[in-house]
Design a protein. Structure first.
Lengths: 111, 128
């Protein structure tokens, strides 16, 4: 059971917009700790997509955006493309555990 | 360009100790503001933080996942720009892809903020 909760799967057609939620609690996201998002393509290492809730590293398309409110965070992907099909993970810090925590991951399928 | 490469045995017997090494190129482990550490991913499952450290003022600040803390040890060889993980008393539940990674420290928590460079990962199977 992951400390951060994500939907197991989401799907969308090419060109559409999808969002992936990440729900935490008062000891992590709700405590004000930042949320980061990773994309993991099949058979590869994760890659940071969003850091500090809403910042994109250089090279990440602006189709990807992040937001945070209360005890939750969201990753939005607009203009879905076939190459976006991957697993997505959120990550934050938890003060009760005194460590980094991840969501269980969400598999994005592009229909 | 900073690169990380994991190395270690692909197969470990139950109850034995798993040892993995991460070799860093293009940067120094003693950079101070960066954290270095390990994340693992069991087959078909999500990511789990194992532990991380950073070097500052001749001190290594080290943090471990509480669920693994009693079995994990990290070591550093600055002459080779390598850091290592030892996980004792392994069981089948420790079968996973093990990644080493690095990233900046959080100005608020002074802990690992996020991972911005990852190794390719190495698969470890625990089986007799």
């Amino acid at each position: 059971q992951s400390v951060l909760t994500q939907p197991p799967s989401v799907s969308g057609a090419p060109g559409q917009r999808v969002t992936i939620s990440c729900t935490g609690s008062s000891s992590n996201i709700g405590a004000g700790y930042d949320v980061h998002w990773y994309q993991q393509l099949p058979g590869t290492a994760p890659k940071v997509l969003i850091y500090g809730n809403s910042n994109r590293p250089s090279g990440v398309p602006d189709r990807f955006s992040g937001s945070k409110s209360g005890t939750s965070a969201s990753l939005a992907i607009t203009g879905l493309q076939a190459e976006d099909e991957a697993d997505y993970y959120c990550q934050s810090y938890d003060s009760s555990l005194s460590g980094l925590v991840f969501g269980g991951g969400t598999k994005l399928t592009v229909l | 360009q900073l690169q990380l490469q994991e190395s270690g045995p692909g197969l470990v017997k139950p109850s034995e100790t798993l040892s993995l090494t991460c070799t860093v190129s293009g940067g120094s482990i003693n950079s101070g503001t960066y954290y270095w550490g390990w994340i693992r991913q069991p087959p078909g499952k999500g990511l789990e933080w194992i532990g991380s450290f950073r070097y500052s003022g001749s001190i290594y600040y080290t943090y471990y996942n509480p669920s693994l803390k009693s079995r994990v040890t990290r070591s550093v060889d600055t002459s080779k720009n390598q850091f290592s993980l030892r996980l004792s008393s392994v069981s089948a539940a420790d079968t996973a892809v093990y990644y080493c990674a690095t990233g900046p420290s959080d100005v608020v928590t002074d802990r690992w903020y996020y991972m911005d460079v990852w190794g390719k990962g190495t698969t470890v199977t625990v089986s007799s």
